[in-house]
Design a protein around this ligand. Structure first.
Ligand code: PMP
Length: 410
């Protein structure tokens, strides 16, 4: 399915002027789905938008007004390219919840962790360099790697995430081909899209394999505090100071502020700040103060608990309805947090081909191939439980199960 577009590339007068890297840029599969998925009759299990309806808006409005009154135009000025010092201190308190200790100088504030991904890729990757990623991996990260003409090599995973033996073999194979691996990109908590979490012993093994192979680790952890069953597993960065860590306020507060951060070893942080300055001069100052204010004046951890209760209900609604309705031969993951369930369809089915029939049956989902750079994932589907209420999720999963059943009859 393609997004309706207002311009026709055949008439593009600029076609000879674009840089080669634009060839790697793709329309996001999720964005392409949005126009359809937003129709009210369709239950969208496609998007990954956090549900922030429970935020205490009157309190936030009041304390923002107070912030403008007391701080005045300071919060509307250009600021530090690395991010506001006071705010970077507060970020340390957030990371401490996942076992990380660090110095505020080693934090670079970004416009969402998506910009963190962009800056990390920008400072490390030349065209043709290899980035290792989970099978499957976050579509937005793959897009960034490809836009810098990096080659993405997927590492096989099991129920505990990256398989250390496969990781070791992949590193050896790629290096034997004479290619440079710039980093391993991993989402150890509640992977987007698979929902899988690496247990502590697995994190240690992965770090060990990467250390032995001389491969840098980039840990992306936007969902870490949205553990739905147990306390979060310590972050990989808490086990190894050389890990580059990406954090975000998009899921614990609100994505529209566009604030995330990178925690990196000193030398890398210097390069990231230079890259940040050339990208944006400085990360959004108003947003940093607004979030700093929210962290200081609100029971933000209590609010994360409210989010967790809501997402737990929705996750449970999705898993129990999948259990009740899916035809034999289908399997799915059991996420302990985050937003997503990863479904493997019965043999012979093709999720991409099934999508228009899903939309006809008024349910939207993301075909699994979006989460691979190499065409895998034909039999997979990502279902998200974050946005629709539990009853809509149940309805959507029932419709989805009917679509799969009909595919099997053909
Ligand atoms: N990483 C992962 C794994 C994500 O799922 C997302 C958002 N969907 C991001 C990074 C980007 O988040 P943001 O830029 O809003 O912090």
């Amino acid at each position: 399915m393609t997004e309706p577009t207002r311009h026709d590339t055949r008439l593009d007068r600029f076609v000879d002027n674009y840089s080669e890297r634009t060839n790697g840029m793709r329309v996001s599969a999720v964005r392409a789905l949005f126009a359809v998925a937003n129709r009210p009759e369709i239950v969208s299990l496609a998007g990954g938008m956090p549900n922030i309806a429970d935020l205490p808006l009157p309190d936030i409005a009041e304390s923002m007004a107070e912030m403008v009154r007391t701080r005045g135009t300071q919060i509307m000025q250009y600021g530090s390219g690395q991010g506001e010092p006071e705010f970077r201190e507060q970020i340390l308190d957030v990371m401490a919840l996942e076992g990380i200790t660090a110095h505020p100088d080693d934090v670079v504030v970004t416009a969402g962790s998506q910009q963190g991904l962009d800056l990390v890729t920008r400072i490390f990757c030349n065209p043709g360099d290899v980035v290792l990623a989970e099978s499957p991996s976050y579509v937005g990260a793959l897009g960034t790697f490809l836009s810098y003409q990096a080659e993405v090599v997927h590492v096989p995973c099991d129920d505990d995430g990256l398989n250390p033996t496969a990781l070791r073999e992949t590193i050896a194979r790629v290096q034997a081909e004479g290619k440079r691996i710039k980093f391993l990109y991993t989402i150890p908590n509640f992977n987007n899209p698979s929902g899988v979490t690496q247990p502590l012993h697995r994190r240690r093994e992965v770090l060990e394999v990467c250390r032995a192979g001389g491969v840098l680790v980039v840990e992306d952890n936007p969902y870490g505090l949205l553990a739905l069953d147990a306390d979060p597993v310590p972050a990989m960065r808490s086990l190894d100071d050389e890990v580059i860590y990406l954090g975000s306020f998009s899921k614990t507060f609100a994505p529209g502020f566009r604030v995330g951060w990178v925690l990196a070893p000193h030398a890398v942080r210097e390069k990231l700040t230079l890259a940040q300055e050339s990208a944006t001069l400085c990360p959004p100052v108003f947003s940093q103060f607004a979030i700093g204010n929210y962290l200081r004046n609100h029971d933000w951890k209590g609010q994360v608990d409210v989010f967790r209760d809501m997402y737990r209900d929705r996750r449970d609604a999705m898993l129990s309805t999948l259990h009740e309705t899916m035809p034999a031969g289908t399997s799915w993951t059991q996420p302990a947090g985050g937003f997503f369930v990863w479904v493997t369809l019965p043999e012979g089915l093709d999720a991409q081909a099934m999508l228009p029939r899903g939309v006809n049956a008024r349910v939207a989902f993301v075909p699994g191939s979006a989460f691979y750079a190499d065409g895998q994932g034909a039999r997979n589907v990502r279902l998200s439980f974050c946005f629709p209420p539990a009853e809509r999720i149940q309805l959507g999963v029932k419709r989805f199960a009917d679509v799969v059943r009909r595919e099997l009859e053909v």
